[in-house]
Write a protein that binds this ligand. Structure first.
Ligand code: PHB
Length: 393
């Protein structure tokens, strides 16, 4: 088996892995990024679309990032319930905004920028196993698309390899070890060819269940409605999908058009028991999963990467172990705040299958406590637009 050498081996070419390779390269630290998927798969997978202001500011450092030109700034969201709409304005509460910029567009930018900068970026390469994380030379055992097996020896290994992380086993000692919760519902997501039905996002709590009206561009829209986790994506006709969505956003007439993609997103909350062991660490979905209601997934991955980049610079440029020793604790502070926010948004907006009358009326009281209070709106605006990013450098 051939062996290669790099400073940081990054498993996973999602937003976390690619952004980390960019930040490390800016500090003169070379890395290899590998991903089992093809470039086309990565660039076409539909994921979430909301970027916190801090995320956009970091993406601004990536040459050619189109987040501000192709993306749209959103200065608020609407909560709709009990037949009323309530807009929560972000700038007036916290002086920040969010950007609607689909994750696959951000990935397209990052891949182009990393390749232009000469990054060693390998698609179709599977990481089978990570070993020796307790030594100064951890190793990643890999299989290329043609079946060739090889090994990468590094100073540090980063697991940016998503919720089915292979690196997690080397960090936590097991594939699943972590705090976990499931929810009794999922989202049915659609992409359709239609003009926007609303300029801003509408998060709607209706007696039939939750719906979210989001956008992608002037001609493509993204919408979701709460469904059973076992729903078959083909069980609905297009007319039924529109009827279901429309019934859940009373007060807005949805602009319909051909539905060209449908998917069911299961809801999970997860935080790995360990984020770092020896010379390996986890970032993004490899470290945690949030339900999509708070739009935190990609933003949390970026926040992890900023902390880990600082810590790796300390370790690899100055031989300082303190920041890497502090990485997990620093990252977990934000992760658990985001876990709470995502759980709270989810529980406040969805209809639980076993909810009593008391539960439903209490939920409306909770929504009113937020929208009718300046402090409530401010709390929501602060969490949604993202808490300030912490640096340890
Ligand atoms: C999306 O546009 O896909 C989206 C937006 C907001 C969310 C979740 C998903 O909270």
């Amino acid at each position: 088996m051939t062996a290669e050498r790099t400073r940081v081996a990054i498993v996973g070419a999602g937003p976390a892995g690619l952004l980390l390779s960019h930040l490390l390269a800016e500090a003169g630290i070379e890395s290899i990024v590998l991903d089992r998927r093809t470039r086309e798969e990565i660039e076409s997978t539909v994921r979430a679309g909301i970027l916190e202001q801090g995320t956009v500011e970091i993406l601004d450092t990536v040459p050619g990032s189109r987040a501000r030109t192709v993306g749209h700034r959103h200065d608020g969201i609407e909560f709709r319930f009990a037949g009323e709409g309530h807009r929560i304005d972000f700038p007036s509460h916290v002086g920040r905004s969010v950007w609607l910029y689909p994750q696959h567009e951000a990935l397209t930018d990052l891949i182009a920028a990393r390749l232009a900068a000469g990054q060693d970026l390998r698609f179709g390469v599977t990481a089978d196993r990570v070993d020796d994380v307790d030594t100064a030379t951890p190793r990643v055992f890999c299989t290329a698309a043609d079946g060739t097996r090889f090994e990468i020896a590094a100073d540090f290994v980063v697991g940016a390899d998503g919720s089915r992380s292979v690196v997690r086993t080397a960090v936590t000692g097991s594939h699943t070890g972590g705090s976990f919760r499931e929810y009794p519902f999922a989202w049915f997501g659609i992409l359709c060819e239609a003009p926007p039905s609303s300029e801003e996002l509408i998060y709607s709590n209706s007696p039939d269940g939750f719906a979210l009206i989001s956008q992608r561009s002037d001609t493509v829209q993204r919408m979701y409605f709460q469904c059973d986790p076992d729903t078959d994506v083909d069980a609905y006709s297009e007319a039924q999908l529109w009827d279901t969505l429309q019934a859940r956003v009373p007060g807005t007439t949805l602009r319909e058009g051909p539905i060209f993609q449908r998917d069911v997103l299961r809801f999970r909350s997860f935080v790995a028991h360990e984020l770092r062991h020896g010379r390996a660490a986890l970032v993004g979905d490899a470290a945690h999963t949030v339900p999509p209601t708070g739009a935190k997934g990609m933003n949390l991955a970026v926040a992890d990467v900023i902390l880990l980049n600082d810590a790796l610079q300390g370790l690899l440029l100055r031989g300082d172990e303190a920041p890497i020793d502090a990485y997990a604790e620093a990252a977990l502070r934000r992760i658990w705040k985001a876990q709470h926010f995502s759980w709270w948004m989810t529980s406040m907006l969805h209809a639980s299958p076993d909810a009593s009358e008391f539960d439903r009326l209490r939920q409306l009281g909770e929504l009113r406590s937020v929208v009718e209070s300046d402090a409530g709106q401010r709390y929501l605006a602060e969490a949604y637009t993202g808490w300030p990013l912490q640096r340890t450098l």
